[in-house]
Structures are given as structure tokens and as C-alpha cells.
Design a protein. Structure first.
Length: 90
């Protein structure tokens, strides 16, 4: 499973990432590929002049979708997910 972990300087970096349309499958794949090719496994996305969002590529073995639902339901805080979140790349 490929994951792009998104964070940034703003309180709503992940929400801004989604609002700008970067969470669509084609853009996610492109960002993940770019991050994965870099030595640091990271990509920087300029949103405004002094506002950047960072993405980091991760790759894991197979993960059960029921496990993902469990983690999201029991351990993820909605307010925290506005500033940093992960996106599964298909």
C-alpha cells in the first residue's frame, strides 16, 4: 500500500490540500511518485507565497481495509486531521 502523508505550516494544511484538489487519484499518484523519487521521500507543494504543504511517501505491505477503518474510527482526531493526514494512493 502506498501512502502520502501530508502536513504543513498551517493549522489546516491537510484541509487546504483537499480544497485545492490535490487529493484526487491522479494528482496523489503524481505527488507520491515525485516524493518517492527524491532522496528524502518528500515533496513540497507551494500553496501561496509563504505557505507550503509537505508530502512524504510511504510504502507498506498489504493492509486490511477493516484495519484502516478501525484506526480512523478509534485513534484519529478530526481536528488534528485538518492539519496533517494521510492519503492512500491507488
Amino acid at each position: 500500500m502506498k501512502v502520502l502523508y501530508v502536513s504543513g505550516d498551517g493549522d489546516f494544511s491537510a484541509l487546504d490540500f483537499e480544497n485545492k484538489g490535490f487529493d484526487n487519484p491522479q494528482k496523489l499518484q503524481k505527488l507520491w511518485d515525485e516524493a518517492n523519487r527524491s532522496e528524502s521521500k518528500q515533496v513540497t507543494i507551494g500553496i501561496e507565497e509563504d505557505y507550503y504543504i509537505r508530502g512524504k511517501a510511504y510504502k507498506f505491505g498489504e493492509v486490511d481495509s477493516k484495519f484502516i477503518e478501525f484506526i480512523q474510527d478509534k485513534f484519529m482526531d478530526y481536528d488534528e486531521s485538518k492539519s496533517h493526514n494521510y492519503y492512500i494512493v491507488y
